[in-house]
Ligand binder design. Structure first.
Ligand SMILES: Cc1ncc(COP(=O)(O)O)c(C=O)c1O
Length: 385
């Protein structure tokens, strides 16, 4: 059956693929430790769940304006603006079912066929998918392990040109956990201004940062808010992956375009989910801190133990909940090693190349699992290696 060319390049996301294979092995009786999935192991916080339940009970089950309930847009404008030190108006906020539509639709609204889009590689697989659906040309910029997995700025400077329409950034990063240093952001911002391009800043993990560090938003640099789309959401910060709630912050005219795309595609985000989001933002924040402190404890343990595995070299990530060890000294490729570990050690993790060609030679392990499971998994990997 012939399908439209714009869908030809689409590939499954590595995490879903490995999860399906792991589930199959589990169904056949093998015990699997899951270090592949990118979602918090915490349940949604009690006050947030209760707000969602109350909302359903009180009939908050209707359509809302496509870009979100005014009260939620206001709360996002206030809180997300405060966090980044910028002023945000509610009309610049677009609520969506998860962060993903706020990656996809602004890209559709901005990128013409033939436009070039710079994106991080290794990076979140949706970037390449959405660029190509829009008819754009994906231009991969490698991330440098020795530079906290920030952009290779030399490569970036060579690749940016008059045809570049959009630059995608992700800090803290999935899959590397790296934070883009402020000086690199300044450099990227000055190039964006010089070539008059938009910047999409995926900040889904912005509150999951360690050692007192901050992940600066490029939107907070002088003049940048007018050309930046901030993408953030509730999935990771509030452990709400299945509720589907995210948002974008962008200049008003672009927000209106994205509003129309939402109107004619998803219609609106679930009404009661938005009430849960309102509680998440305006209620107590102590559970976020508890969760992040626990991730930091796990990160410290996992980095030390991964570095003891023969042939593995692991940086200490500053954010998100992934480690991305270099495994080239094992003499095996990413896919071969990930398969071996799944089949022989019963540990599911992701080959780095499922995040793009420059992810070859790495593995991604998520530490959104208990320390006990992580330690057990690493013991098993050690014995297989
Ligand atoms: C970097 C990054 N951006 C965006 C998303 C999308 O998250 P959601 O659509 O659940 O908000 C994810 C989810 O894994 C991610 O890792």
């Amino acid at each position: 059956m012939p399908f439209a060319t714009r869908t030809h390049h689409l590939m499954p996301e590595g995490a879903y693929e490995v999860l399906a294979r792991a589930n199959k092995l589990e169904a056949a009786g093998q015990e699997i430790i899951h270090l592949e999935v990118g979602q918090p192991d915490y349940p949604t916080f009690e006050n947030v769940s209760q707000a969602g339940i109350d909302a359903i009970r009180t009939g908050k089950t209707r359509y809302t304006p496509p870009a979100g309930m005014p009260s939620l847009r206001e709360a996002i404008a206030e809180k997300a603006g405060q966090q980044r030190g910028i002023e945000v108006h509610p009309e610049e906020v677009v609520v969506s079912p998860g962060g993903k539509p706020n990656l996809f639709f602004p890209t559709l609204a901005l990128v013409e066929p033939g436009d070039e889009v710079i994106y991080p590689n290794p990076g979140f697989p949706t970037y390449e998918a959405m660029i190509e659906v829009a008819g754009g040309i994906p231009v991969a910029v490698p991330l440098l392990e020795e530079n906290q997995f920030s952009f290779d700025l030399e490569a970036f400077d060579k690749l940016i040109n008059e045809k570049t329409r959009l630059i995608i950034l992700n800090s803290p990063s999935n899959p590397t956990g790296g934070i883009i240093p402020p000086a690199d952001l300044e450099h990227i911002a000055s190039q964006a201004e010089r070539y008059d391009c938009w910047v999409m800043s995926d900040e889904l993990y912005t509150r999951i940062v360690y050692d007192g560090l901050e992940a600066l938003s490029i939107a907070s640099l002088t003049g940048m808010q007018d050309r930046t789309i901030i993408v953030d959401g509730f999935s990771k910060t509030y452990s709400m992956t299945g509720w589907r709630l995210g948002f974008g912050i962008m200049p008003r005219e672009l927000a209106s375009r994205v509003d129309l795309l939402l109107t004619h595609s998803i219609g609106a985000t679930a009404h009661f989910t938005q009430f849960a989001g309102l509680e998440a933002l305006t209620g107590p924040q102590d559970m976020v801190q508890v969760m992040v402190s626990e991730y930091q404890r796990r990160r410290d343990a996992i980095v030390d133990q991964v570095n003891e595995l023969p042939g593995f070299v692991c940086q200490k990530p500053q954010g998100a909940f992934y480690v991305f060890p270099n495994i080239t000294d094992t003499g095996k490729g990413s896919t071969e090693l990930a398969n071996l570990i799944l089949e022989k050690a019963g540990v599911a993790l992701l080959p780095g190349n499922s995040f793009g060609e420059y992810g070859e030679g790495y593995l991604r392990l998520s530490y959104a699992n208990s320390l006990e499971n992580i330690e057990k998994g690493l013991e098993r990997i050690k014995s297989v290696l």
